[in-house]
Design a protein around this ligand. Structure first.
Ligand code: FES
Length: 97
């Protein structure tokens, strides 16, 4: 078992927190997708879907529902995966905070 004290322990804890944040920022970065005009999309709001950023029905039983959305013009858009965006379903940079 690892036994650290004082500044070594402080340094180790800081390193682990920084490492976790790096993983989170990578894992939850937005996904750029070609969205088609008129098509209906279901954006996962619960974070459980294995098909991010879209719903795969893993929310069943959570009380959370997917966000249904369409686009008027076919174009590339960055969709939020971290679920912290204030502009659902689009990325607003919240994953970086
Ligand atoms: S799986 Fe997350 S909202 Fe459906």
């Amino acid at each position: 078992m690892l036994s650290l004290q004082g500044r070594d322990q402080e340094y180790f804890v800081t390193y682990i927190i920084a490492f976790d944040l790096t993983i989170m920022k990578t894992e939850f970065k937005p996904i750029e997708l070609d969205l088609e005009a008129g098509k209906t999309y279901l954006w996962c709001q619960c974070g459980r879907s294995k098909n991010q950023p879209f719903c795969d029905n893993s929310h069943i039983g959570t009380g959370i529902s997917p966000k249904v959305f369409t686009v008027n013009i076919s174009r590339k858009m960055w969709l939020c995966v971290c679920k912290k965006t204030k502009n659902v379903p689009y990325c607003d940079g919240s994953h970086l905070k």
